[in-house]
Design a protein around this ligand. Structure first.
Ligand SMILES: [Fe+2]
Ligand SMILES: [Fe+2]
Length: 290
């Protein structure tokens, strides 16, 4: 067995998201070269755990690994529960050893959804805010952090140097496999992202969980919300088709709500609950399969 820090270097999952804020501090503009350089020089102990995290993620997320995880988790045969039980389950992710974790997972979800609601977006998008990180329950099924969170990227083709810590891909066997390490790899030019396998994590998992229940624009938000190499860096346009390009406008609309809605004031769940209960009833079945 590997030691715990080797599989789960982050003290808690929020460290990855805090790091995203360092990389993309400005909701209005794409990170420019200067911002990227500053971020790369940013050295703190927390930064080291994020580095260690990406080292594992980039080393082990191979094409075969992704197929194996899809084959296991997309059966949805692990657990069945109402969404409210799933939120309680998700909140077990709060790390007791870290006194700085001010907000639990449910609060991040509610702050995201409430920010979307305040801006008058359609109710299905509010629901997307509420459930977008539900896939993090994978951690509670014993999955290592690097197979649950982190920036996602296509597998089966070359790793872009626009992906965070691109140097760590050198340890990934696919990086040296000529089947997978060319620009298009196993894919056709502009084949559409629906034909492309992404690195495995909470985005792809929750997309499949929700795919019969939400409009396509919402499904794109769920499926690609951690695909920063595309929605912020535009590194994979050669795999996208026109339909993806249109749909990514929705992904971009969603991203600031995920990144910049964190707030020290916890939402008043008692007051909000009736609204969310009827929203969930409108779109989702009584229980969800995990
Ligand atoms: Fe997420
Ligand atoms: Fe999130």
């Amino acid at each position: 067995m590997k030691p715990q820090t080797e599989t789960n270097p982050l003290t808690n999952l929020d460290e990855w998201e805090d790091d995203l804020l360092r990389r993309y501090p400005d909701p209005e503009s794409i990170a420019d070269q200067k911002a990227v350089t500053e971020y790369r020089n940013y050295e703190t102990p927390q930064r080291d755990t994020v580095r260690e995290f990406y080292k594992l993620n980039h080393t082990y997320q191979t094409y075969d690994f992704v197929l194996e995880k899809r084959n296991n988790f997309l059966r949805f045969d692990k657990k069945e529960m109402p969404i409210w039980a799933a939120f309680d389950f998700l909140n077990q992710l709060v790390d007791d050893s870290d006194p700085d974790t001010d907000l639990d997972q449910m609060q991040h979800l509610l702050q995201t959804s409430e920010a979307i609601r305040r801006d008058g977006h359609p109710d299905w998008m509010v629901l997307v805010g509420l459930i977008h990180d539900m896939g993090k329950v994978l951690c509670l099924f014993g999955e290592p952090q690097w197979a649950v969170v982190g920036d996602t990227f296509p597998v089966g083709c070359a790793h872009s140097d626009k992906i965070v810590f691109p140097e760590f891909f050198d340890a990934n066997p696919d990086h040296h496999n000529e089947r997978y390490n060319t620009k298009y790899g196993i894919y056709e030019p502009n084949c559409g992202l629906r034909n492309v396998h992404m690195s495995w994590g909470h985005d792809e998992y929750v997309y499949h969980m929700m795919k019969d229940h939400l409009p396509e624009s919402g499904l794109y938000m769920l499926r690609y919300h951690s695909f920063y190499a595309q929605h912020r860096e535009h590194a994979y346009e050669h795999l996208m088709d026109e339909h993806d390009a249109k749909m990514f406008e929705w992904v971009k609309l969603f991203n600031p709500y995920d990144l910049y809605s964190k707030n020290p004031t916890p939402p008043d769940w008692k007051e909000l609950r009736p609204y969310y209960e009827s929203l969930v009833t409108k779109y989702l079945p009584a229980t969800l399969k995990f």
